[in-house]
Design a protein around this ligand. Structure first.
Ligand SMILES: [Zn+2]
Ligand SMILES: [Zn+2]
Length: 116
């Protein structure tokens, strides 16, 4: 995900090292186990198969692992809050969050909107 300037300031200075450590923990693979809402299978969701630098299985192009914040707070760099996600999982995970955020913003701007 592109980082907006206002959000960039929220990342710690050693963010690069942190995200690299998370990628190492993940074994250079996407750590998503269905949190993004994709690849849900029966029984249960399975882990995403994407490997950093390899041709993507689910999409065109090459997999680039990125580091996602589960609570969407860049300040929270606890390893438990961080996941190494391929771009597809990360995008999906964030899109759900953006939808929620936008809905909350609309509701706050116009309280009546919730009535209709
Ligand atoms: Zn993935
Ligand atoms: Zn996923």
């Amino acid at each position: 995900m592109p980082i907006r300037p206002s959000e960039k300031a929220r990342y710690p200075k050693d963010w690069k090292a942190i995200s690299l450590a998370i990628r190492e923990r993940a074994g250079n693979r996407c750590e998503c186990e269905g949190e993004c809402g994709l690849h849900r299978t029966n029984p249960g969701p399975r882990r995403c198969e994407e490997v950093n630098g390899e041709p993507a299985k689910w999409a065109k192009g090459t997999v680039v692992l990125t580091c996602a914040h589960l609570d969407h707070q860049p300040e929270n760099c606890d390893p438990a809050n961080l996941r190494s996600y391929c771009q597809r999982c990360h995008l999906r995970y964030d899109i759900d969050h953006h939808k929620e955020t936008n809905a909350a913003t609309r509701a706050a701007k116009s309280p009546q909107a919730r009535l209709f």
